[in-house]
Design a protein around this ligand. Structure first.
Ligand code: PLP
Length: 375
């Protein structure tokens, strides 16, 4: 995910080596981080100020703190199927059907912490409306991956995202777009640009550091000015905006602007997705679906041939997918292709992938289908 130009991109490598030659920890803002911040604030609408941290988790944790400080409210609404890093309050899942019955999703997270997080299903306008009507006045913010990519790839309807924003605004809650995956990957301005929605706060990770540890949160100036030392929200980090990592990020983003890879990556991803589906049909294998947006793809081993609409929520994922994906994963591995091992992780194309890589992948995929057929 972070490596949109692949491993060992020569420009990123040269920038990192040059940064190393200057030093690697100053404990003060240096030119590179200022440049990266200015680069982003001058190009991404709605990001008027931003603060660097070391990971997506830290970015989310800090953005939530700002939202709570700005609104004086405690609760956060998140969505089942979205991942926002491992801050305690985000390791929470829906309980028995009701948003208010949330449960810790990790050992070590207390019920008390989980209680301030509400959880809604994706793609469900009615559930969002119910939750805001019942709890709107205590919700500081709603946080969502505008392109959910941590429980498979579950693209949301524009209308759903727009009505979520409208609902939040109506109730005085802030909107946080978690663009840790989608930021700079689906467009320079991430999903916010594609959707033409301006969230109040946004979180970044992955591509922003070009494969090195950089995260950031940013947004409206009045909100970001709540952060210390200007404002009362404490947040700091000894190693934040590390100059070597920042050099990798700045070079990556500049290169994305100078040679935008987005259209070519999207074409390759779509063509590969179509080829996968065709191979499965040709082998009369059980139907395979590939959901793809930008350079992200998710192979779904689908057991419902009738459905044509994209899968948009956890409930829509075919029950047989998990075990069938495990078999596919091992069959591909035996043929030299290593996908992410969970059937709920997405794949990413980078500019380093070649036609030959895609051919090798498709040949392995076909071989795996043939082997499954013989069993
Ligand atoms: N938010 C999203 C959408 C993510 O996908 C991730 C990580 O995958 C995170 C936050 C957490 O980022 P990190 O792993 O850098 O802490």
């Amino acid at each position: 995910g972070p490596l949109i130009f692949g491993h060992q991109d020569p420009d990123v490598r040269a920038a990192v080596e040059s940064a190393l030659g200057r030093g690697w920890s100053y404990g003060a803002t240096e030119a590179g981080s200022l440049e990266l911040a200015e680069w982003i604030t001058s190009r991404v609408r709605g990001v008027e100020q931003l603060r660097f941290v070391n990971s997506g988790t830290e970015a989310v944790m800090s953005a939530l703190r700002v939202a709570r400080a700005a609104t004086g409210r405690a609760r956060i609404l998140k969505f089942d199927g979205c991942y926002h890093g491992h801050a305690d309050s985000m390791l929470v899942r829906a309980g028995s059907g009701l948003a208010e019955m949330t449960k810790p999703d990790s050992a070590g997270v207390t019920e008390h912490l989980a209680a301030d997080t509400l959880v809604a299903p994706l793609d469900d306008d009615e559930a969002v409306r119910r939750i805001f009507e019942a709890h709107g006045s205590s919700i500081a913010a709603v946080i969502i991956e505008p392109l959910p990519a941590n429980y498979g790839l579950l693209p949301q309807r524009d209308a759903f995202l727009n009505s979520l924003v409208t609902m939040a605004r109506k109730h005085g809650s802030l909107v946080i777009f978690d663009e840790v995956i989608s930021g700079f990957r689906v467009a320079l301005g991430g999903m916010a640009e594609r959707l033409r929605i301006e969230p109040d706060l946004v979180t970044y990770g992955k591509v922003i550091g070009g494969g090195f540890p950089v995260g950031a949160y940013g947004g409206r100036r009045d909100l970001m000015e709540l952060v210390a030392p200007v404002g009362p929200v404490y947040q700091a980090g000894t190693l934040s905006a590390n100059p070597v990592a920042i050099a990798a990020g700045l070079t990556t983003l500049r290169k994305l602007e100078a040679h935008p890879p987005y259209a070519a990556l999207e074409r390759r991803t779509q063509e590969t997705a179509q080829a996968i589906v065709k191979l499965a049909a040709g082998r009369s294998a059980a139907p395979v679906r590939v959901q793809a947006v930008g350079s992200l793809f998710w192979i779904v081993l689908d057991d419902d041939t009738q459905r044509s609409a994209p899968l948009r929520s956890i409930a829509a994922i075919p029950p047989g997918h998990r075990t069938r994906f495990a078999s596919l994963f091992h069959a591909l591995l035996e043929r030299g292709v290593y996908l992410a091992p969970s059937g709920f992780e997405v794949g990413f194309f980078s500019t380093a992938h070649t036609d030959a890589d895609v051919e090798q992948f498709l040949a392995a995929f076909d071989g795996a289908l043939a082997a499954a057929h013989r069993q």
